[in-house]
Design a protein around this ligand. Structure first.
Ligand code: FES
Ligand SMILES: [Fe+2]
Length: 313
């Protein structure tokens, strides 16, 4: 009996999450270098599809990929004079999503619009916010500005997990010792929870860990171990429930670019250790004990996180 009710509870939780949409977060949709001027890329994102390109000023634009005329995929269209042109009948759309031209000269219907996500370029990534307006600033690396570090962004491809589950890793302090074997790792006294983010800092004579969760999909940290400063950001964008695209940014202070490969090795190691667990677990909020108190805080933060359903207009 107990089994049946907990199973149906899980099913209900899943259904509710899907119907409510996806968290109102900044999601990485492409590497900035994959978006040269004049080209458009398509991404499966938030249960639908988006197109990303640069406007005439070079600023990234992320919009619904479905043409309001007959539904062609705009990401296989062309960028003409900084505007997105549908491959099928050449309707074109401006950076705000309004149809700006129909080649036949027909009157443009007022509802000929495509949904336009707030978009930003930062840390070598193009980010889109799931909402009409952004609720908070684009994710950042604690203790760094783009001008103070040398950084590199990489794409990880499709991953079989929800981004908010992967981000719980950032405040799962037990697993730093058990799974990653980091003996110096310790737990912060408390997490600073704010709207749209969680921050913490742990310092010992041997190390510094300054971590920051942005939204429910990005975990970034500044680590100092043996006097070396390392910066890393892990983020992901939901493709659909249970599946996401992964991105990572690594960095070191300006002037020490030769130390970047060591950060990359460390990030690869952490990923190789986490991925087998994350990709096979059947996630649940199970029996949390005293050492899981920061995880419990994170799960409450996730439960209260606002959602938005992307419109396919
Ligand atoms: S389907 Fe896009 S212009 Fe006709
Ligand atoms: Fe981990």
């Amino acid at each position: 009996m107990g089994m049946v009710s907990s199973k149906s509870k899980l099913a209900t939780e899943h259904r509710t999450a899907t119907e409510a949409g996806f968290h109102r977060c900044w999601y990485p949709v492409a590497l900035a270098r994959d978006l040269p001027p004049g080209s458009a890329v398509g991404r499966d994102f938030l249960g639908t599809r988006v197109v990303a390109y640069r406007d005439a000023a070079g600023k990234p634009v992320v919009q619904s990929a479905w043409c309001p005329h007959l539904g062609a995929d705009l990401s296989i269209g062309q960028i003409v004079d900084g505007r997105l042109r549908c491959p099928y009948h050449h309707w074109s759309f401006d950076a705000k999503g309004a149809c700006a031209n129909i080649p036949t000269g027909d009157k443009i219907p007022p509802s000929a619009r495509i949904f336009t996500y707030p978009a930003e370029e930062a840390w070598g990534l193009v980010w889109a916010f799931n909402g009409e307006r952004a609720d908070f600033a684009v994710p950042r690396l604690p203790g760094a500005a783009e001008s103070t570090i040398v950084h590199q962004a990489h794409e990880r491809g499709r991953r079989p997990w929800d981004t908010w589950v992967a981000v719980s890793n950032g405040v799962d302090f037990q697993h730093l010792r058990t799974l990653h074997g980091l003996p110096a790792a310790s737990m912060p006294e408390q997490l600073e929870v704010e709207a749209g983010g969680i921050e913490f800092r742990v310092e010992s004579p041997y190390h510094l860990q300054h971590g920051r969760i942005s939204g429910t999909n990005t975990f970034a940290q500044h680590l100092r171990i043996g006097g070396d400063d390392m910066f890393m950001l892990f983020s992901g964008a939901p493709i659909e429930p249970g599946s996401s695209s992964g991105y990572v940014v690594i960095g070191v202070p300006q002037g020490s670019a030769e130390k970047l490969p060591a950060v990359e090795t460390m990030v690869e190691r952490l990923n190789a250790e986490d991925a087998p667990v994350l990709s096979t677990m059947r996630f649940r909020r199970g029996l949390l004990t005293a050492s899981d108190r920061h995880l419990a805080t994170y799960f409450r933060y996730v439960d209260a996180f606002p959602c938005f359903t992307p419109t396919e207009q």
